[in-house]
Design a binder for this molecule. Structure first.
Ligand SMILES: [Zn+2]
Length: 127
C-alpha cells in the first residue's frame, strides 16, 4: 500500500519536470520576439502590442494615452465616461436617471484596415 503511494508520487513529479521543459522555451521565444513599437503619443515603447491602438497612419499608441487624448478632445466630463467598446471603437457613455450608462457618442478610432493590419503585425511577429 505505502509502496504504491510512493510510486504514484514519483510519477507525478516526473510529469511536472517534463511539463516545465516543454513550456519554458515557448515562453522565452515569445518574450524576445514580441514587437516593441514606440507610442506615437508619449514616445515610450509599447510593452504589449495587444494593448496598443493603431493610429490612422499605422503607427501605434498606448491604450491609456489614447483614452487620455480622447477625453481631452471630446471634453468628457463626469459623470460621462469614455470607454473602449472593441474593434477600434470608443464610446462616450452617459448615465440615465437610473444610473444606467448608455452610449451618448460613438468614436471610430481605428479603421477596420488598421485593426486588421495590427492583427497581421502581431501574427507576423509571433514566431
Ligand atoms: Zn503612450
Amino acid at each position: 500500500m505505502s509502496r504504491n503511494k510512493k510510486k504514484l508520487r514519483d510519477r507525478s513529479q516526473e510529469e511536472q519536470v517534463v511539463k516545465k521543459h516543454v513550456v519554458l522555451p515557448d515562453v522565452e521565444v515569445k518574450k524576445i520576439k514580441e514587437p516593441r513599437p514606440i507610442c506615437s503619443i508619449c514616445g515610450e515603447p509599447i510593452e504589449s502590442i495587444i494593448e496598443a491602438i493603431t493610429e490612422a497612419d499605422n503607427s501605434y499608441s498606448h491604450f491609456d494615452c489614447v483614452i487620455k487624448t480622447l477625453n481631452e478632445k471630446y471634453h468628457v466630463q463626469e459623470p460621462d465616461k469614455l470607454s473602449y467598446i472593441g474593434h477600434g471603437n470608443f464610446a462616450i457613455f452617459t448615465p440615465d436617471e437610473e444610473g444606467k450608462f448608455t452610449i451618448k457618442e460613438r468614436i471610430n478610432y481605428e479603421s477596420n484596415e488598421s485593426y486588421a493590419s495590427m492583427i497581421k503585425f502581431v501574427e507576423e511577429h509571433k514566431e
